[in-house]
Design a protein around this ligand. Sequence first.
Ligand code: FAD
Length: 199
Amino acid sequence: MPVRTRVAVVGAGPAGLLLSHLLGRHGIESVVVDSRSRAEIETTIRAGILEQGTVEILSGSGASDRVLTAGHRHEGIELRFGGEGHRIDFTGSVGRAVWLYPQHEVLKDLIAARLRAGQDLRFGVSAERVEGAETDRPRVLARDAGAPPSRSRPMSSSARTAPAAWSARRSRARTAAPSGSTRSPGSASCARRRPAPRS
Ligand SMILES: Cc1cc2nc3c(=O)[nH]c(=O)nc-3n(C[C@H](O)[C@H](O)[C@H](O)COP(=O)(O)OP(=O)(O)OC[C@H]3O[C@@H](n4cnc5c(N)ncnc54)[C@H](O)[C@@H]3O)c2cc1C
């Protein structure tokens, strides 16, 4: 069954979640899908340093106050080679700083902000392809992340006025929302599709 939305965002990384957050602040609803689970997203260690502009967007947009309280501000870095340290003074030279604040903490903050705003986040859902990108009825076709790529007919979207719509096929046997969905099974209009039996 199709899910209608203004903007379909593929990927609940920093880019997708922050985009969804900023759209929401301007009254534009979105659906974010990610093939990974929420737990995986919130525990994968990646980046650790945030530039000042990122910190300003996160705190200024209401996405994260923790970056200012739990993050550590660094006014420069020291490169050590040739037996001595060479300090690069960010604040002294350009009036800027960086923050030590792990990326997965940023993602926790952004996911929490999206949920507080009642936005639709769906984990364990993999986008397969975009159809009709040049039309006024574009669709993102998605499937359960564990299911194999499908060749069967996509569901049609009735999102005539929506710039983007995300469709997923309904399972014969199961109509619950994808695992990790923030919607109750009863209200979710996206359904998981069972993997095809192996031959
Ligand atoms: C070890 C490491 C250290 C780093 N250190 C720093 C640092 O110190 N400072 C810094 O600024 N940057 C750092 N980076 C880079 C930073 O992590 C990336 O720039 C950032 O993650 C990019 O964010 P993104 O949202 O564009 O993509 P990603 O974080 O990659 O998120 C993309 C998301 O999309 C999902 N996805 C992909 N395809 C699909 C699909 N078809 N359907 C559904 N979901 C899909 C993925 O599961 C993923 O969750 C580091 C990266 C690594 C790996």
